[in-house]
Ligand binder design. Sequence first.
Ligand code: AMP
Length: 283
Amino acid sequence: MEIFRTPAEIQAYALSAKRRGKTISLIPTMGYLHAGHASLIDIARQRADIVIVSIFVNPTQFGPNEDLDAYPRDFEHDRTLCEDHKVDAVYAPAPDSMYADDASTWVEETVLSRPLCGASRPIHFRGVTTVVAKLFNLTLPDYAVFGRKDAQQLLVIRRMVRDLNFPIEIIAAPLVRDEDGLALSSRNRYLSAEERKRALVLSRSLRAGRRTIEGGGLETIPTVIELMKKEIEAAGGRVDYVEALDTGSLTAPNADTTELLLAVAAYFGTTRLIDNQFIQVKS
Ligand code: AMP
């Protein structure tokens, strides 16, 4: 497995692979890898000759009061996980090699980025789309794998790829959960044992909400949302949002809606967790 630290190195590697006729899959990550990331790597492996994992805690997607400095990092652990999953190349740049001091170009998606996490993290998705566009230019992938854990991110990236004609197939990977239902996340390490137990309300209430909506249709959505908020607060969580939106537009569902995103963000202690369920709507 090769490890690259600068944009020039990884781009030369990718260009050389493409010239030899190889296909490339990219898995963008912020490191501190877990079984969720590993599942994305395994999906990528099935598609392409060469699998590249990027590990970069991207400063431009963190707001001023967010956890950029505290975000967990463990490169040796990440390297071993990547080796175990037969990754060909890891791209782990230093932040100052990714952005020039006077960088002044952004890639911004302006509709799907606004609700949900975009409402409480206004610059987040602009940072994500910019860094992902840069990673696409650096790694020249045929495929890029994104987890449904970050459902809004997946939809925003799909929209960016469509709108800017990137010749890349975006593959959506299933959300991987711990045995008790908690969605795997690098941020789970911030949780105390007590907070972790309380946070199980997220997956539990989402599952129940999904069943209710599947059984009773779109009319049940307001009741489901109210109940979920009450349950999360009763468990000691502080709700940022609970919403059910049409996955095509991330607006309120209507008679044409075929798929819903039931999504939640809530704080347990100081840790902000997100979770979701995609729900097929009967016509
Ligand atoms: P992150 O390192 O948190 O930025 O995540 C990198 C990629 O891994 C994103 O596409 C995430 O959606 C995906 N990912 C993170 N956690 C999970 C999970 N529990 N299940 C599936 N994909 C995940």
